[in-house]
Design a protein around this ligand. Structure first.
Ligand SMILES: [Ca+2]
Ligand SMILES: [Ca+2]
Length: 608
């Protein structure tokens, strides 16, 4: 008790900072999001067993089960799944592919070669689901992500879960520290996913409550509505859960945010992973904070201050899908950034939508709004088009005019194959790939740090959750074609194979950003636009360097007069070198230069 009191006083003594300073590394970050269960199975000896599913939807540990074949047709039910007579939606949630930390370590050189330098991992803490947003605890990595699950589970059982003095480093924890070390050795950064709003129903604290009822010392950690009753999820009490999802009981909050007890636990876990055994260089470089809007801003102010006290170069990024003015509140509460879905919303309307498309002025207005409201924080935002909670970019290009990405809730359902019978979940066409490539170029060239979802660079496609969480397509694996559609009919024959050319495209553009600070740090200005031709020219300046990003979003080539300005659109009287683009270096002669801007293209010109 004395320890807890001391920690409480300590936490309240932290001064919230009003001015958050960007970590130096975060401006030049190129992010890569990994969903660990689906990235790489580096160790088949640790693969999950059916018992690990306990506590996660769809709550079936009785039916036949096996680790799912990595390279199988996504919508096809395997023989073991057919036995339970349930549909594809039910069965996909039972699937485990066996991805683990060794797999991520094995692929770090692949990521280094791609050019990304900052990794965001969705949760890896001990949890029963494939996504692990339903933690059993935060102080241990999932034993099935490490080399010795049996030993780890026995170790965890010896501890008092809220007392750090009793905590050990399990084999999986040690492998996580090795992963951090291997990442740092390569000059890269890594952040973990902090899910502080709720836990899973197998969490160690509720286990104690099941055994001891109201007398449990954790009895006030959750919102218990009724004790000693036939309660939720077969527990002897009823509790409040995240949006009524009973698998996710919420941690209790009062006027100051998460209450004492879970609060100290979260702070102790924060420190454990940021300063393992007191060594900040062995720790993670920051956190992504799940459903940040579900926790009081007062909590976030103090927690962010604590994080930056532990490591001033740490980076925190909140999951927020609200408009920029709302996002600003989170920056004011000490977050360095947010997952910048607003960037994706604006780009989706401009590049993908057709009848619902925005014009250049509207896109520019969104960009200027973000820059104005976010200020310097704009440069460390995670600019993304997709994630484990959004259709993959490749599939977005194959589904124009579904709606506006910014209408998050409606759009979420409309981009799930199981909820929208008209959704095109097939392999993108070459034309759709050109839109994807154009958008990747735009993402690279804009203020804010680009973030890619694992496998986009390999050619992966997929609707929203769960289809954006397919197992990673690796070059050394032979995949079955996707022949089965979401309704279970064999109606297509989409070859699944690592897309070497697309990988090279991503790598080339990532290299461009890595080598040119003007793209990460430069000012932003809409230089010119011709909406009828889909032409957009963006100017960016940093120190004495100026570049122009020349975009044609339309399906037609366009002859742009770079010298004369005949249409009021030219880069008049200036000289340029091509930095990167679809046409060769610009020739420049006294007669003027007409530059053919190919359909669906992006080029970067450097002012000479
Ligand atoms: Ca494994
Ligand atoms: Ca909450």
């Amino acid at each position: 008790m004395r320890l807890l009191f001391f920690l409480s006083a300590f936490i309240w003594g932290i001064q919230a900072q009003s001015q958050v300073v960007n970590p130096e590394w975060a401006t030049s970050a190129v992010w890569y999001q990994i969903f660990p269960e689906r990235f790489c199975n580096g160790d088949t000896t640790n693969d999950p067993i059916v018992a690990t599913l306990k506590g996660s939807y769809p709550h079936d540990e009785q039916s036949a089960w096996q680790v799912h074949p990595w390279t199988s047709d996504w919508y096809a039910l395997q023989p073991y799944e057919q036995e339970n007579k349930k549909n594809i939606g039910f069965n996909i949630q039972r699937r485990r592919y066996g991805g683990d930390l060794q797999g991520i370590i094995n692929k770090l050189d692949y990521l280094k070669n791609l050019g990304v330098n900052s990794l965001y991992l969705t949760p890896i803490f001990y949890a029963p689901s494939s996504h692990k947003y339903d933690a059993i605890c935060y102080h241990h990595v999932d034993p099935y992500m490490g080399p010795n699950p049996t030993k780890d589970i026995a170790t965890i059982a010896t501890e008092t879960p809220d007392d750090p003095a009793t905590w050990h480093w399990t084999e999986a924890d040690k492998l996580a520290l090795q992963l951090i070390s291997e990442v740092h050795k390569r000059g890269m950064r890594i952040i973990f996913d902090g899910v502080w709003n709720h836990m899973g129903i197998e969490n160690l604290f509720m286990k104690d409550m099941v055994a001891k009822g109201e007398k449990s010392k954790y009895a006030n950690w959750f919102y218990i509505k009724e004790w000693n009753t036939k309660g939720d999820m077969n527990m002897p009490f009823k509790y409040q859960s995240w949006f009524g999802v009973k698998e996710l009981p919420e941690l209790r909050e009062d006027e100051n945010g998460i209450v004492s007890g879970p609060r100290e636990y979260i702070f102790n876990c924060t420190k454990r992973w940021m300063q393992p055994d007191g060594n900040v260089s062995a720790g993670i470089d920051g956190w992504r904070l799940d459903v940040a809007y579900c926790i009081s801003l007062k909590f976030w102010s103090v927690w962010n201050a604590y994080v930056h006290q532990l490591n001033p170069q740490a980076y925190t990024t909140a999951e927020i899908v609200d408009p920029p003015l709302e996002v600003k509140k989170y920056l004011d509460a000490g977050f360095n950034a947010v997952m910048n879905y607003n960037f994706g919303f604006a780009a989706h309307d401009y590049f993908i939508n057709q009848t619902l498309a925005s014009n250049a002025a509207q896109l520019d207005a969104k960009n200027k709004e973000m820059l104005k409201i976010y200020g310097k924080s704009m440069y460390v935002m995670q600019n993304l088009y997709d994630s484990h909670d959004a259709q993959r970019l490749a599939s977005a290009t194959a589904n124009p005019d579904i709606g506006h990405f910014a209408e998050w809730g409606i759009f979420f359902g409309m981009t799930q194959a199981e909820h929208n019978g008209n959704y095109n979940s097939s392999k993108p066409t070459p034309e759709q790939r050109r839109t994807q490539k154009l958008m990747v170029g735009y993402q690279i060239c804009m203020p804010g740090a680009p973030m890619f979802l694992y496998g986009d660079e390999a050619g992966m496609w997929g609707a929203n959750d769960p289809d954006c969480r397919k197992p990673m397509v690796w070059a050394d694996k032979q995949f079955d074609a996707e022949r089965t559609d979401p309704k279970g009919k064999i109606s297509r024959n989409d070859g699944v194979k690592f897309d070497t050319a697309l990988f090279s495209y991503y790598k080339t553009w990532i290299d461009l950003r890595n080598q040119n600070p003007v793209l990460s740090q430069g000012t932003y200005k809409l230089y010119a636009a011709i909406d009828t031709a889909g032409i957009l020219i963006i100017e960016r300046t940093w120190k004495k360097e100026t570049v122009y990003i020349l975009i044609n979003r339309s399906e037609k080539d366009y002859d742009l007069d770079l010298k004369r300005g005949s249409k009021g659109n030219a880069l008049t009287k200036l000289k340029y070198d091509m930095m990167l683009g679809t046409n060769p270096l610009l020739s420049d002669n006294k007669m003027g230069t007409t530059y053919k801007v190919p359909a669906k293209s992006i080029s970067v010109l450097k002012k000479r």
